[in-house]
Design a binder for this molecule. Structure first.
Ligand SMILES: NC(=O)c1ccc[n+]([C@@H]2O[C@H](COP(=O)([O-])OP(=O)(O)OC[C@H]3O[C@@H](n4cnc5c(N)ncnc54)[C@H](OP(=O)(O)O)[C@@H]3O)[C@@H](O)[C@H]2O)c1
Length: 288
């Protein structure tokens, strides 16, 4: 498998699963653009990946993905530097044990895990479609099974718990399904995945005792980031899934998600609500 000539944009590639994915795609010869939020850490990761892969076409862009202004600026910077986008990997994500608001006044889990991929994907969609065959990959989680989409409580306004994470990963699956539907016949695929339980920096933004305890135990039972990146790399590069779309993958296999992730009416409504929240009235792909 070679990824030479392919341009990949990977969000959340300064740590964990995204970083391992970026390493491997660079090793396969792709032009890899990693998105980080800390300038120093991001440039260190770029150097590390270049040195380990022997691939000089590794670049970076900076954005705090919980900020819509940053996401739009990131898209503009990518647009002005690159003529193609063959693989968009929406990998960045986090859990927030306590309710916090983004700079846009939106609950952080929803802003980072759903709205950032939704907005970035939509603003880059013309470029992605012009690069077809192309792939959009959204990192979801097995935690989606505990998720519930309540439109009257989307941002935990009426009671918040860490379940917001499962809700956001369910929303990721619904977004992927609706996106695949809208992109039908364009040569652009959209798939989602669960990476398994992976020992990463996940949860480190939460100072409480519970998350500290979980983070102490996870490395004893979880897989490495290299193994956790396997399905992302597979979806980004394998010719075998070139035309597979709208699916949920676990361990490289198409897997049936929870029933609430297959509700197309909820997926459509969530799309419309998300579009409003990111002020994306125009430029949406037409419904198939
Ligand atoms: N680990 C697991 O067991 C597991 C299981 C299921 C799904 N997942 C999903 O896998 C994905 C990757 O997570 P991971 O486990 O690799 O966690 P991680 O090690 O914490 O990596 C998360 C990445 O996202 C970046 N990020 C977080 N908030 C950001 C923001 N506001 N703006 C820009 N970048 C931001 C982080 O940047 P910094 O380097 O600056 O922190 C880091 O590069 C997430 O979507 C997660 O929900 C993980």
């Amino acid at each position: 498998m070679t990824m030479q000539g392919k341009v990949c944009l990977i969000k959340g590639a300064t740590n964990g699963i995204g970083k391992s994915t970026a390493h491997e795609l660079a090793r396969m010869g792709a032009t890899v653009v990693i998105v980080g939020r800390d300038a120093q850490k991001t440039s260190q990761v770029v150097e590390e990946i270049r040195a380990a892969s022997g691939n000089d076409t590794v670049d970076s862009l900076l954005a705090d993905l919980s900020s819509q202004q940053d996401v739009r600026r990131l898209a503009n910077e990518f647009e002005s530097k690159y003529s193609h986008l063959h693989v968009l990997l929406n990998n960045a994500g986090a859990v927030f044990m306590r309710r916090q608001l983004s700079v846009d006044g939106i609950e952080m889990t929803f802003a980072l895990n759903l709205l950032a991929p939704f907005l970035l994907t939509n603003v880059l969609l013309d470029k992605i479609q012009a690069s077809a065959p192309a792939r959009i990959i959204n990192v979801s989680s097995g935690a989606h099974t505990s998720g519930k989409i309540e439109f009257a409580n989307l941002q935990g306004e009426r009671g918040y718990s860490h379940r917001a994470y499962g809700n956001s990963k369910l929303a990721t699956l619904l977004f992927t399904m609706e996106l695949a539907h809208r992109l039908d016949g364009t040569g652009v695929t959209a798939n989602a995945l669960h990476p398994g339980l992976v020992s990463t920096g996940f949860g480190k933004n939460n100072p409480g005792f519970l998350m500290k305890t979980i983070r102490a135990v996870v490395p004893l039972i979880a897989r490495s980031p290299e193994k956790g990146a396997d399905t992302s790399i597979y979806l980004a590069s394998s010719p075998g899934v070139q035309s597979v779309t709208g699916k949920y993958f676990v361990g490289r296999k198409v897997t049936q998600p929870a029933p609430q992730a297959t509700d197309s009416a909820v997926a459509r409504k969530l799309w419309d609500v998300s579009a409003e929240m990111v002020h994306l009235a125009d430029g949406l792909p037409a419904e198939a």
